[in-house]
Ligand binder design. Structure first.
Ligand SMILES: C[S@@+](CC[C@H](N)C(=O)[O-])C[C@H]1O[C@@H](n2cnc3c(N)ncnc32)[C@H](O)[C@@H]1O
Ligand code: SF4
Length: 474
C-alpha cells in the first residue's frame, strides 16, 4: 500500500515525529464536509427562526446580566479575489456607498439596542467583512461612536478589525487605533506573484511589510495574518517562500486556512484551472511543511489551523482550554452571547442561531420598514446542544472528557453516543483517535482529519442529507 510520510512537530523542537498516512486513508477521508463554525451547520438552519423569535431572544437577553460579543459586517470590497467565499459586495471606492450602508446599519443598531432595552456590556467587538477598511476614516469613526452610544464597550477587551492591506494608509491605521481597536487582522493569502495574479489579488510583500510596521508603531496588541493553502499554482516550494516572508515579519497570530473550493457557491472560483490546483496529497504536504516551518520559528499550533506566538492571548486561551469556535473561526470567548449586525451577519443568543438577510436590497428594505432583518436560524434542541459541545470540544481541544460530559449533561457518554460507537471504533482503527473510559483523544494524525472526526457526531449528516454543499476536508 502506498504510504505518504510527513514530518510532524508538536510543541517544541524536540518533539519531531514522523507520521505516515497511506494513500487509501487519505482518499477515504478526503470528502466534502463542514468546517464546524456552528452546529447545527448553516445549511440546516431554517426560516422557523424569524424576526419575532429573534426579538423574544433579545428581550430575554435584556432581562439578564449576560455580556455580549458584537460582530459588525461591512460587506464591501473594491476588487474581487477569485478564491473568496465570504459574503461580500464589490464596489469602487465611493463615500456614498458606505454612507448609505451606515444609514441602515445605524437603524439596525437602534432596533437591536431598543429591543434589548438596556445598555449591555460588550466584552468583544469585531468588525469583519468584506473589508471594514472600505469605509473612510470619518465613516469608521461615526460607526464606532454609534456602537459606543448604544452599548458599553469594554476597552480592555478584544476590539478587532479585519483590514485589507491594499485599502489602508498610515493615517487610517493610526486613527483605527485611536478609536479603540487593539487587534488587527489582515488578508495575505500568498506572496507568490503567479498565485497572486491567478487569484486576482496582487499585493506586494513590501506593501504588506509597510502596513505591518504601521500597525506596530500604532501600538496594536496583536496582529494576525490570514494565509490560504491549496490555491492554484501553489507548490510546497512557493509556499515555503511565502511562509519565510511571513515569519520575517513575525505577526502574533497566523490563520492558515485550507482553501475552500466551492465553485457552485462562489462562481468566480470556476475561473481556476483545475490542473493548476494541488491534489489532496500535495495540498496536505503544503500544509504540513508550512506548519513545520511555523513551529520551528517559535509559533505554537492552535487547534486546527491557527498559530500564535507564546505570549499571545490566543495561545494562552488554547492552553487553558478557553478557545472558542464560531463563524469567525477560532476566537477567545469573553462574553456570554453573540450578536451580529449588518447584512448576512450571524448571531447566537439564548441557544438560538440567527442570520440576517444576505443581500443588500433585502437588508435595506427590512431595516427601512423598521423590521429586524432576520432571515433564518436554528433553535437548538438538547441534542443539538450536546453535539455542539462535543464538536466544539474536539475542534478546540482535540479531546472529549467523558466525566465532564456526564457532569454537564447527566448522561453517560457511551450510552448517549451508542449509534456513534462504530464511527469512533473506525477512527481508532485508522489511528485518528485513542479512547479509554475517561477520554476520547485525537491522535497526531487525527488532527489532520479533525473535520472528519467531528462529522461522525453530526446528527444531520447521518440523515444522509448529502454533503455536497461543503468544501473538501483535506
Ligand atoms: C473577510 S476576509 C479578510 C479581510 C479582507 N477582506 C482581506 O481579504 O484582506 C477573510 C479571510 O477569509 C479567508 N477566505 C476567504 N475565502 C476563502 C476560501 N474560499 N477558502 C479559505 N479561506 C478563505 C481569507 O484568508 C480572507 O483573508
Ligand atoms: S478576500 Fe477579502 S478583499 Fe478579497 S473579495 Fe474576499 S472579503 Fe474581499
Amino acid at each position: 500500500m502506498e504510504k505518504i510520510f510527513f514530518l510532524f512537530r508538536f510543541g517544541g523542537p524536540q518533539e519531531l515525529l514522523m507520521i505516515t498516512i497511506d494513500k487509501q486513508t487519505l482518499q477515504k477521508y478526503d470528502v466534502a464536509g463542514p468546517r464546524y463554525t456552528s452546529y447545527p451547520t448553516a445549511p440546516e438552519w431554517s426560516k422557523q427562526v424569524d424576526a419575532a423569535i429573534y426579538r423574544e431572544k433579545l428581550q430575554a437577553f435584556g432581562r439578564n446580566d449576560k455580556t455580549v460579543s458584537l460582530y459588525v459586517h461591512i460587506p464591501f470590497c473594491e476588487q474581487l479575489c477569485y478564491f473568496c467565499a465570504c459574503n461580500k459586495v464589490i464596489r469602487a471606492a465611493e463615500d456614498k456607498v458606505g454612507d448609505e450602508y451606515l444609514e441602515f446599519l445605524f437603524k439596525e443598531i437602534d432596533l437591536v439596542a431598543n429591543t434589548i432595552g438596556r445598555r449591555k456590556a460588550v466584552k468583544q467587538l469585531h468588525w469583519g467583512g468584506g473589508t471594514p477598511t472600505y469605509l473612510s476614516e470619518d465613516q469608521s469613526r461615526r460607526l464606532f461612536d454609534k456602537i459606543a452610544g448604544a452599548f458599553d464597550i469594554d476597552f480592555e477587551g478584544e476590539i478587532a478589525i479585519e483590514i485589507d492591506p491594499r485599502t489602508v494608509n498610515q493615517l487610517k491605521i493610526k486613527s483605527l487605533r485611536a478609536m479603540g481597536f487593539n487587534r488587527i487582522s489582515m488578508g495575505i493569502q500568498d506572496f507568490d506573484e503567479k498565485v497572486q495574479d491567478d487569484i486576482n489579488r496582487v499585493q506586494p510583500y513590501t506593501a504588506v511589510k509597510a502596513v505591518h510596521e504601521w500597525c506596530r508603531e500604532a501600538g496594536f496588541h496583536s496582529v494576525n495574518f490570514d494565509l490560504i493553502y491549496g490555491l492554484p499554482y501553489q507548490t510546497r516550494a512557493t509556499f515555503h517562500d511565502t511562509v519565510t516572508q511571513v515569519i520575517a515579519l513575525k505577526p502574533d497570530r497566523i490563520a492558515l486556512y485550507s482553501f475552500a473550493y466551492v465553485p457552485w457557491l462562489s462562481k468566480p472560483q470556476n475561473k481556476f484551472n483545475l490542473d493548476a490546483m494541488p491534489l489532496a496529497d500535495e495540498k496536505l504536504d503544503i500544509f504540513i511543511a508550512a506548519r513545520e516551518q511555523l513551529l520551528c520559528a517559535g509559533y505554537q499550533a492552535i487547534a486546527m489551523d491557527h498559530f500564535a506566538l507564546a505570549g499571545d492571548a490566543m495561545a494562552i486561551a488554547y492552553h487553558q482550554g478557553n478557545l472558542h469556535r464560531n463563524f469567525m473561526g477560532y476566537t477567545l470567548k469573553p462574553a456570554d452571547e453573540f450578536i451580529g449586525l449588518g447584512v448576512s451577519a450571524i448571531g447566537f443568543v439564548e441557544d438560538t442561531y440567527v442570520q440576517n438577510v444576505k443581500t443588500l436590497p433585502d437588508y435595506y428594505k427590512y431595516v427601512h420598514e423598521g423590521q429586524m432583518p432576520t432571515e433564518r436560524g436554528a433553535l437548538l434542541s438538547e441534542d443539538d446542544r450536546i453535539r455542539r459541545q462535543v464538536i466544539n470540544s474536539l475542534m478546540c481541544t482535540f479531546r472529549v472528557n467523558k466525566r465532564k460530559f456526564f457532569d454537564t449533561w447527566g448522561k453517560e457518554f457511551e450510552d448517549y453516543f451508542h449509534a456513534e460507537a462504530e464511527h469512533i471504533a473506525q477512527c481508532v482503527q485508522d489511528g485518528l483517535m485513542a479512547e479509554d473510559h475517561e477520554c476520547l483523544a485525537v491522535t497526531d494524525s487525527g488532527k489532520i482529519f479533525i473535520r472528519n472526526i467531528c462529522m461522525g457526531f453530526d446528527y444531520y449528516l447521518r440523515q444522509q442529507r448529502g454533503t455536497q454543499r461543503y468544501s473538501r476536508t483535506v
